[in-house]
Design a protein around this ligand. Structure first.
Ligand code: 8OZ
Length: 363
């Protein structure tokens, strides 16, 4: 099949926004927030350097102190965090870009040292995840969680709604709900991590309930075209489901009824095997009438094929956007790409953050 070489550079209408091309910067945790978990000025530089993307999605930003699971990730629940994010959105808009914020609650993937009052992290069930977090002293096992009480769920939904309102005040163009990668919403959806017997556990409908309610909370604040959600049917961060296709067919059908602007699908294992799980992504895409953002290990050629064939409307790139601030221009010219340096992905300062050169600039 001959893919249309220009497919990635056609505009796309996402709700009331016009995106100039089909390339999305994926949400990327960089652990560079300052005291108070506020975005730094270098973060405004970092995102504005990448404003050529059709859409930027911010790094996961916790909706509450309880929602934090790694050191120095930015929040969106205090006035200071809103004020600092405002500098980022202003810089992106000045550079001609558009940016959504990713709203994040990590659930059980956290550590007592990051939680309010040194408390245990919360999850659907008291099951410790076999995964690591990132602390001052480096990587560490996550802590043993406690199960959320039914009476605490309305408070979590209020945190989503408040964070959505704060995002608007901070000047974002929309929000993406992080329901992927083994964090709170994904933990509730998958039966490996959710052993509850109340209205939020058991059947697929019950396990999906928190995700749907979180989306409804955000929709109290934002027009539906300005809300997207990220999903990962595969096992990630120790959250696995016994029948991911059935689970995510239901979830996508419910999200379609809510009319969300997009689903952002991590196809296969995050940063790993694209065939890690038996899920018909094309089928999920057909049952959703909003936009489909495909992600995970895409190259320029794969993305061109995905958009030309109609598999995806947009394609999100993570590591390639870390290393190539001008990724859109490089793809347009089929120019060589900078290699990402894994050693500077998480934590630190400007190095490996705002010093990757654009084409024509010295390294
Ligand atoms: C890498 C390191 C820490 C967090 C995700 C937010 O996987 C993350 C994350 C990625 O969605």
């Amino acid at each position: 099949m001959s893919a249309d070489a220009n497919a990635l550079f056609q505009p796309f209408t996402l709700g009331s926004l016009t995106l100039p091309n089909r390339l999305v910067m994926a949400p990327l945790t960089r652990n560079r927030a300052a005291e108070g978990d506020v975005a730094r000025d270098i973060t405004a530089t970092y995102y504005s350097q990448r404003a050529g993307a059709g859409l930027l999605i911010s790094e996961g930003s916790q909706i509450s102190h309880q929602g934090q699971g790694y050191l120095r990730t930015p929040g969106i629940y205090t006035p200071e965090q809103v004020a600092h994010w405002r500098k980022v959105t202003d810089a992106v808009h000045k550079a001609g870009g558009r940016i959504f914020i990713q709203l994040w609650h990590v659930g059980r993937v956290s550590h007592t040292s990051l939680q309010p009052g040194g408390a245990a992290p919360v999850g659907p069930s008291p099951l410790q995840a076999q995964t690591k977090t990132f602390l001052e002293q480096g990587f560490a096992e996550v802590s043993e969680p406690r199960a959320l009480e039914l009476s605490e769920i309305p408070g979590i939904l209020r945190d989503y709604e408040n964070a959505a309102r704060n995002a608007k005040e901070a000047g974002f163009d929309g929000v993406e709900i992080h329901a992927a990668n083994g964090y709170l919403l994904d933990q509730f959806m998958k039966d490996g991590s959710n052993h509850r017997t109340d209205a939020y556990g058991g059947s697929i409908e019950n396990r999906a309930r928190l995700t749907i309610e979180a989306a409804e909370a955000v929709l109290k604040v934002w027009d539906k075209g300005r809300v997207g959600i990220r999903l990962s049917p595969a096992k990630v961060n120790d959250a696995a489901d016994s029948n991911p296709h059935a689970l995510f067919s239901h979830v996508v059908e419910r999200l379609d009824k809510l009319g969300l602007g997009y689903i952002h699908m991590i196809e296969g294992a995050t940063q790993g095997d694209r065939n890690a799980v038996d899920v018909d992504y094309a089928g999920l895409r057909r049952s959703f009438s909003g936009a489909y953002i495909a992600n995970n290990g895409y190259t320029r050629d794969m993305a061109t094929e995905a958009v030309s064939s109609g598999h995806a409307d947009l394609v999100a790139f993570g590591r390639l956007f870390i290393a190539n601030p001008d990724l859109v221009e490089r793809f347009r010219l089929n120019a060589p790409l900078n290699e990402p340096n894994r050693a500077t992905f998480y934590g630190g300062g400007t190095e490996g953050y705002i010093d990757y050169p654009a084409l024509g600039e010295a390294a």
